[in-house]
Design a binder for this molecule. Sequence first.
Ligand code: AMP
Ligand code: MG
Length: 303
Amino acid sequence: MATRFEIVLHGNNPVSLRAAGEEALDEIERLEAQLSLYQPGSEIAGLNRAAHERPVRVTPALLELLRRARALSDETHGAFDITVAPLVRCWGFMNGTGTLPDPSALEEARAKVGMCHIELDADNLTVRFKRPGVMLDLGAIGKGYAIDRAAGLLREAGMSSALLHGGTSTAYAIGRPPGGARWKIAITPPGNDATAQPLSVVELENESLSVSAVWGRSFRADEKTYGHIIDPRTGVPAENALLSAVVWPGATESDALSTALLTAPELLAEFVAHRPGIRCLVVGGTAAEPQVSVHGIEGAERF
Ligand code: AMP
Ligand code: MG
């Protein structure tokens, strides 16, 4: 994840607040060490090295997370897919800021992407890749998962008012801040102007907001901007939206769904139909002339 996580806690006892906050941050660090494909000792790196040769045993928690990732991939018709890693690498986003790929390398990478290449054995707690070259990247769901786990620990420690975020792209609110109103999070419009008028100010209480954006990591070539979120179905960086946001009771799902929505903005109507209570927005068009599709997020329709 290689991301900065922050926690704001309210309560009367500074000692217990500090202890709960530190426990939650330790859990996030532990999960990063388990899930990051960039850390050679992580469970994911271990799978990426060996799961095409033999079934590899994983912890029950990781198997469960991979099952949830598969369900989210099914729900989004493949727009969210943790097997996207060969494409992320091919487009130069794995250890860099992106480059145009060689067409034959791109075709090769595409052949390695798809949840159909992954076998999850819940009885034996093993994962197997059905072909060489398959690689997992939990970058679009890991932050949300870590935040859900950290929020669970904070609740267990008796915390009733807290805000957590990872890299400002996924935030989760426990309860309300002192004073009665809900937690407020601003969504900045597409572009890099931090002083721009917010697209919307989203209010949260016991729910999560995730935002995905093209310019989070991107490069320009041939007058086009190519971002780090790639459509696994076409092999090309998402080009139908500039920014997406999802509000949902859990951060694991809001994280995955916002990534899916950036890739496939047409999913907005399906989410609204099948996930009662979801709030979401997609900004398409161009930064100069944005077109906003929105459901339940106040203010954004003015743009
Ligand atoms: P997020 O910022 O949560 O939208 O996640 C973006 C990150 O997830 C990227 O930097 C990639 O590591 C990975 N990724 C890119 N495209 C996809 C995709 N279509 N499905 C799942 N993960 C993706
Ligand atoms: Mg995401």
